[in-house]
Every structure is written in structure tokens, then in C-alpha cells.
Design a protein around this ligand. Sequence first.
Ligand code: FE2
Length: 271
Amino acid sequence: MLSPAQLTQFNQQGYLVIKDFISPTQRQTLIQRAAQLIEAFEPPEKRSIFTTDEQQRSSDDYFLTSGNAIRFFFEEKAIDNNGNFTVPKQQSINKIGHAQHRLDPVYKAMVKELGFSDLGLALGIKKPRALQSMHIFKQPSIGGEVGLHQDSTFLYTQPKSCIGFWLALEDATVENGCLQALPGGHTIALKQRFKLSNNGGTEFESLDDSPWPEQPLELLEVPAGTLIILHGQLPHYSAANTSDRSRQAFTLHLVDDACDYPTDNWLQPTA
Ligand code: FE2
């Protein structure tokens, strides 16, 4: 599935770009399925759920149990201070996650069809486990920035094993917030781990407090249909979407089931 040259590239730079991985029909299948799910989604009455403590707790629960559900997370700028939408519902969603690859027949079939498990095996995962999926929208004008991070922070195993698959469902350009990555940055230490805290909620545990390498990020502008495979420790980032076009992507993260999955990881999908 992967050539020796591709494996070498992945091992050297921590990411691999594969053009035309997914057909226009397959892309449309996922884009349309997401639109259907959003259409059927009833936004909660209290959309100011991000503002008060009580409401914060329920939004935490909504987030923390999303490993076994299909949940809808709003763009920050989609809701004003009074809890009203600033955009139509279809343009309000930041992402859908995190278990559609297990719970939704369309996503489930597509993940199987695209052979991510085999790719995981080719990349050295012994027992691929699809831990989470996300449909990311990066909505026109309001799609938020995602700060520099390593995916193993959120998908942690001992030893570390996470590999991310990022599929461009639409063209990703600098204007609409394409991925940016630090070439070779997967060799640095994992900086932090996002986990359940003792008093409920979540926290970041610092594992390495050295600064990020001072090296420019590479812009990964890619046409729709491209797959980008990301090493779990590769630092990557995406800017806010300042354009009038969305930048939809589907992501799937594999970990190795042969590794230990700590019980205080924030994401606790049932087997
Ligand atoms: Fe990421």
C-alpha cells in the first residue's frame, strides 16, 4: 500500500502527503452525510453553554462522552453573547465527533473502504484500533485557529502509537486554513498530555517544558482528495479561515491496541 520511498518520507519528516487518495464521489458521500447529520441535529436550547459553570459542566460531559457518540461542536464565533446563532445552522458547526466511524453506517463503510487499518499496519502499528474520527468544517470566515499541538497529547498510549489520517474533502489553501507542520518535528518529545483530572473535568499534564523548535512551519496546501498521514508527535497547526470557502476534512486516528491505554485519558471509548 505504501512504497519504500513513502515510508522513508514518513519516517524522515513525520508526515506523508498522498494525492488522489479519495475519489470525488467518496468525498461527496462524506460531505453529504455530514450535512444530513447536522440537519437532523437539534441544537440545545441553552447555547450559552460555554459561559457559566453549571453549563460548563454539561458541555464538558457532552465533550467527555463523545468517544461513544456522534456529537456536534459549534464554532466559537457561531454563537453570540446572547446564545443566538450568528450564521445558519449548517455553517455553525466546527466539527462532528468522535465515534461516527463506529456508529454511523456511512462513515463506518467509508473507513473500511479506504483501508486505514492496513495503512496503520504498513506504518508499524501491530493491532490498529480506530480510536476517534472527526468531520472538521473550518467554516467560511469563522472557522477557528487550531494551535500548535501533537496528536499524541490527546490520543496517548504507552508506548506512544498514535497515527492520524487527515483527508481533504475540499481544497485546503493558506486562505482557508490548511494544515501546517514542522518537518521532522516528530522526533521531539511529547510536550503534554490531555487527561481527566482528579476533581472532574480535564487538564494538561506537562511532560516536557522545552520550547517548540524555532523553525518555520511548512504549509501543506493540498487539493481535495489528498490524504495527509501525521505521526502522533508531529507538531502541526492550522490558522483561522479568513476566506469565504469552507475547508472540510475527515480525520481518523489509530492507536496500537497492543499498547497500554491509560484509564485517565480524556477519551474513553468502550471497546
Ligand atoms: Fe491534530
